[in-house]
Design a protein around this ligand. Structure first.
Ligand code: B16
Ligand code: MG
Length: 234
């Protein structure tokens, strides 16, 4: 990995903690639909897109059969969940940026890194605006234009291309298992923030965003590059 590099950020769970708002919105919908839904269940929805999230909820309730929930009813349900979610995110302010993120973004700017947001959320532009971060990234992926949801690598590959970088010149930061798998499949170095590992572990697991320090990440990525056959660090 030499020359220009990119750092690709997930949004929900990395730049800010919207997981609790997603949980509250899903919980409200579940209550209306008579479905059981716990905080533990919510872990499985992290990084997963809206429709797939509903499908997981239905599966957990033994209602995955096609007859149980026709497509139109699914669309109506996820639209309603989004209305509830949007009500909740109105309260987001710059004070909701997770610890260490402003300092890390400064480090990246000073070091000449390119940055992008690789989120599955169609609400990402609104959330970034509310956080006061909309202008801080070189590129924000449009979740509406991403055909294949995480764990597919598409959103990370789209970000790398938009930054004019090869995948191996990029580092992805994620809080979800689906996201880490997507970074892995994009052939990028992955940093995990408090990821509950169920299959693929992040290349660098961290406990919180406060641990995002450029020197540590680059050191670990350099080791990884050698193993992955991308050559020496410059
Ligand atoms: P929306 P990320 C993901 O965002 C969330 O983790 C996930 O829980 C949510 O269902 C998904 O966005 C879609 O969000 O309903 O707002 O389009 O973690 O990829 O930034
Ligand atoms: Mg996330």
């Amino acid at each position: 990995m030499s020359g220009k590099r990119g750092i690709l950020f997930d949004l929900d769970g990395v730049l800010t903690d919207t997981a609790r708002y997603h949980y509250l919105a899903w919980k409200r919908l579940a209550g209306e639909l008579g479905l059981a839904f716990s905080q533990e269940d919510n872990e499985r929805l992290k990084g997963v897109d809206r429709l797939r999230s509903l499908e997981i909820m239905l599966e957990l309730n033994g209602m995955s059969g096609a007859g149980c929930f026709p497509p139109a009813k699914k669309q109506a349900a996820i639209a309603r969940k989004n209305v509830y979610y949007r009500e909740l995110i109105r309260q987001i302010t710059p004070g909701d940026i997770l610890p260490g993120i402003p300092e890390f973004l400064e480090e990246l700017r000073a070091g000449g890194f390119r940055t992008a947001v690789a989120s599955a959320s169609k609400n990402a532009p609104d959330v970034l605006e509310r956080l006061g971060l909309a202008e801080r990234f070189d590129y924000v992926a449009d979740a509406c234009a991403i055909a294949k949801a995480k764990p597919d690598p598409e959103v990370f590959l789209v970000c790398a291309e938009a930054l004019g970088l090869k995948p191996e010149a990029c580092i992805g930061i994620e809080d979800s298992q689906a996201g880490v798998e997507a970074i892995h499949r994009a052939a990028m170095f992955s940093v995990g923030i408090h990821v509950r590992v169920t299959s693929i572990p992040p290349d660098l697991p961290l406990g919180s965003t406060g641990e995002l320090k450029l020197e540590r990440i680059l050191g670990a990525a350099a080791q990884w590059s050698k193993h992955a056959g991308y050559g020496e660090e410059t």
